[in-house]
Design a protein around this ligand. Structure first.
Ligand code: CA
Length: 145
């Protein structure tokens, strides 16, 4: 088995990227998953840096969502760009966070991430339905640093 890190192998990576692709088929929104090795004290601040670094603010409708994970620190942060944050309730990201954390506690890492991706895609499709063109504005590939 080839290992991406201690929690995900490459088949999990593949499954997650496919989930992103699937989620984005119903919305103009964009989802990315980032795995941080070192992380920092405040996962939300780290996620913001990654969001900027990955150019995630450059979507036309400002509807990118980042799932930030730092397994070594057991951190999860979910960050939406302002377009989506203007639409969803402030507790929405907390709900996603909690269901992921529950899955992670049961060591269901791949499942937890895929479920979160699909759920976010579902939400994005409500507010940002498909347009005539649906360019893949942000790569579906998991990033690591
Ligand atoms: Ca994408």
């Amino acid at each position: 088995m080839s290992i991406l890190n201690n929690f995900l192998d490459f088949s999990a990576k593949d499954a997650i990227e496919k989930a992103i692709q699937k989620a984005e088929q119903t919305t103009s929104g964009e989802i990315r998953v980032h795995l941080d090795k070192k992380g920092g004290d405040d996962p939300f601040e780290e996620a913001k840096k990654i969001f900027e670094r990955l150019g995630m603010t450059r979507t036309e409708e400002r509807n990118g969502v980042l799932i930030y994970l730092c397994f070594s620190r057991k951190q999860i942060a979910i960050l939406g760009d302002k377009g989506i944050n203007e639409k969803v309730s402030s507790t929405y990201w907390d709900d996603i966070y909690h269901s992921m954390a529950m899955d992670f506690k049961q060591e269901k890492y791949q499942e937890g991430i895929c479920n979160a991706v699909l759920e976010i895609g579902n939400k994005l499709s409500t507010y940002f339905p498909l347009r005539d063109k649906n360019p893949d504005e942000l790569s579906n590939e998991i990033t690591e640093a």
